[in-house]
Design a binder for this molecule. Structure first.
Ligand code: ADP
Length: 449
């Protein structure tokens, strides 16, 4: 096992990893930009190294600076968290070339799944059902029109290098395809430096269901059920739950089994998430994320497992501490993402936290890096915390969320917290009857003027 791990991240996820390290008796090293000198992850780690100026390109994304911090502190492994360097194959290669361990899958698996066309082809070969769409990239408008006519409208045009919902455009009919195709391409070029796009049938009322998988890197793989992350704004998740309200135990075992087999065949190592759209009882693969996800705590809650600990164990060459038969679902968990954003437009709201009070009590978990007097810098993602509740069943989890939302205090900046109390009053949320378009429609009717 490692003696010392460096965490190449910030905020709540850096704390999450530090906590796992501490429980395992492993020393932790935080890295930070000059803007984060007073951040909680810096205070909580055993050691901290400043790796650059505020801009993440020069600090959290700076390969050489992160590797030097390992060298200086003697850290043997790097946990990337999510975002930043977590799905950067070139970085993983550099980590390995320096004789260090990357806590995550191989550079090859990251590369394979990072390119969405290759990912879809790989998934299909491994027996995973995929969304109908173009065969590979769509080079020009004429091809786009032909693919759409064959498949039938509506269609969605997506960036091959996509992520974070960018470079994605829907064409409802033939008259939209021109604009949709060119804007998807220019957005893709701007966001990823690669304007290749592909096309899919646009599903009208799917749910976003994702399966948590874990590979031991030696040909073994398990699944830890699904999460429903259908409540999204601009293709970004805001509210996640496990198990999925629409998924039966039989369906879980079926799709989970397919996913676990697939990653076993790949020889995949560590945590991964296989994302699907789910409509009329069918699953359609959209992508695989080769990292720990923001919403992993809902899975931890219902399976009673520490996923970060397992990531570290697998990276150190140890076996998973559970088999598929050891894993069973207990109760229901919900996570809400607390962003420093001002409603109704979700404009970033950085600034000083004048008062912070975390909710507590049975079944309540608060993952955040906030403290009284902390100043949220304007340079990074607006996620400032996650509130996770666990109950014996869905109604209990909802009641607990309601109760916890009444206790939490985050003063000094605007947050998305009021959104969740409003959502809980909705009959569709109470009954779990929503799809990926539900929240956008609700926001248009209830919040945005
Ligand atoms: P990203 O990597 O940018 O997050 P994804 O491929 O994971 O992109 O898709 C993000 C979200 O976009 C999905 O959860 C869903 O809401 C929507 N989406 C993607 N593909 C389709 C599709 N074929 N039909 C309908 N919605 C889609």
């Amino acid at each position: 096992m490692f003696d010392k791990i460096l965490i190449a991240n910030r905020g709540e996820i850096a704390l999450r990893v530090i906590r796992a390290c501490r429980e395992m008796g492993i020393q932790s090293v935080a890295v930070h930009s000059t803007a984060d000198a007073e951040a909680m992850h810096v205070r909580m780690a055993d050691e901290a190294v400043c790796i650059g100026p505020p801009s993440s390109t020069d600090s959290y994304l700076n390969h050489a600076a992160v590797l030097s911090a390992c060298e200086v502190t003697g850290a043997q492994a790097i946990h990337p968290g999510y975002g930043f360097l977590s799905e950067n194959a070139a970085f993983v290669q550099a980590v390995e070339d320096h004789g260090l361990t990357f806590i995550g899958p191989s550079a090859e698996h990251i590369r394979q799944m990072g390119d969405k066309i290759t990912a879809k082809e790989t998934a299909e070969k491994l027996g995973i059902p995929v969304v109908p769409g173009s065969e590979g990239g769509v080079p020009d408008l004429a091809t786009a029109k032909k693919v759409a006519a064959d498949m039938g409208y509506p269609v969605i045009i997506k960036a091959t290098a996509g992520g974070g919902g960018r470079g994605m455009k829907v064409a409802a009919t033939e008259k939209d395809i021109d604009t949709a195709f060119s804007t998807a391409r220019s957005e893709a070029k701007a966001a990823f430096g690669n304007d290749e796009v592909y096309m899919e049938k646009y599903l009208q009322k799917p749910r976003h269901i994702e399966v948590q998988v874990f590979g031991d890197g030696k040909g073994g793989g398990v699944h830890l059920g699904e999460r429903d992350c259908s409540l999204q704004r601009r293709h970004q998740k805001v509210f996640e739950e496990a198990p999925g309200p629409s998924i039966s135990a039989k369906e879980r075992a079926r799709i989970g089994g397919i996913c676990a087999n697939a990653i076993a065949k790949m020889g995949y190592s560590g945590a991964g998430t296989i994302e699907f759209l789910y409509e009329d009882g069918e699953f359609y693969f959209i992508e695989m994320n080769t990292r720990l996800q923001v919403e992993h705590p809902v899975t931890e809650a219902i399976f009673g497992q520490d996923l970060v600990r397992e990531q570290i164990r697998v990276a150190a060459g140890q076996p998973l501490s559970f088999t598929q038969d050891d894993l069973s679902v207990t109760g229901h968990a919900i996570e809400v993402r607390i962003n420093a954003e001002k409603l109704p437009n979700f404009a970033p709201s950085p600034g000083k936290i004048t008062q912070f009070h975390a909710p507590g009590g049975l079944g309540v978990r608060m993952d955040s890096a906030l403290y009284d007097g902390y100043t949220i810098p304007p340079y990074y993602d607006s996620l400032i915390g996650k509130l996770i509740v666990h109950g014996r069943d869905r109604p209990e989890a909802l009641a607990r969320l309601w109760r916890a939302l009444g206790e939490i205090i985050v003063d000094g900046v605007d947050t998305t917290l009021p959104l969740f109390s409003a959502l809980l009053a909705e009959p569709d949320i109470q009954s779990g009857d929503y799809n990926i378009h539900w929240l956008e429609k609700w926001l248009a009717q209830n919040l945005e003027d």
